[in-house]
Design a protein around this ligand. Structure first.
Ligand code: GAR
Length: 191
């Protein structure tokens, strides 16, 4: 059977991108990352992509008239690379109708909270400020809402300290394992 072809979309550091690529390389995921899409030219994830030899494409959404316009451009690129699934990994942007309709049930996201609590770009900080004692990570299908869509997997960790960096590291460690598990479910259609 042919290997699944993944595109990873990211906006920042790319530790989740790296976790996915490493899992593909060492056989924990039976897929290839064929494209890294980044909406923040200059983001660290692009350096990581170069290091791992993943083809990357960076664009600035402001250079396009609308979300529809840049997603139409991205859809062509994804077709050219015969992408089967899109994994959002710190892609800080809502996905619109163009990609959602072409990749129905084939776009997933990872978010650093136990959804539906603490959606948005500062989930770890928001949860800590709220006084949460059990933190976590969620993977889910993507719909047109912020961090919405059907939940696939969750992982939790108890933490009662007040060191956001320490907590962020703990959460990232969970993310890197959870995303591998979820991608395997996705490509093996085990739902
Ligand atoms: C991750 O913690 C991911 O869950 C989060 O961005 C971080 C990216 O880290 N995503 C969201 O908050 C989505 N709302 P990374 O660039 O090191 O993979």
């Amino acid at each position: 059977m042919k290997k699944a072809r993944l595109a990873v979309f990211a906006s920042g550091s790319g530790s989740n991108y790296q976790a996915i690529v490493e899992a593909c390389i060492d056989g924990r995921i039976d897929a290839d990352v064929v494209l890294l899409v980044c909406d923040k030219p200059g983001a660290k994830v692009l350096e990581r992509a170069e290091k791992f030899g993943t083809k990357s494409f960076a664009f600035n959404p402001k250079d396009y008239e609308s979300r529809e316009a840049y997603e139409t451009m991205l859809a062509t690129m994804l077709d050219d690379h015969k992408v089967d699934y899109i994994c959002l990994a710190g892609y800080m942007r809502i996905v619109g109708k163009v990609l959602l309709s072409r990749f129905e049930q084939r776009i997933i996201n990872i978010h650093p909270s136990l959804l539906p609590s603490f959606k948005g770009a500062h989930a770890i900080q928001d949860a800590m400020e709220f006084g949460v004692k059990v933190f976590g990570v969620t993977t889910h299908f993507v719909d047109e809402t912020l961090d919405g869509g059907r939940i696939i997997d969750q992982g939790a960790v108890a933490y009662e300290g007040n060191d956001i960096e320490e907590l962020t590291t703990m959460i990232h460690n969970i993310e890197h394992k959870l995303y591998v598990k979820t991608i395997n479910k996705l490509i093996n259609k085990r739902f």
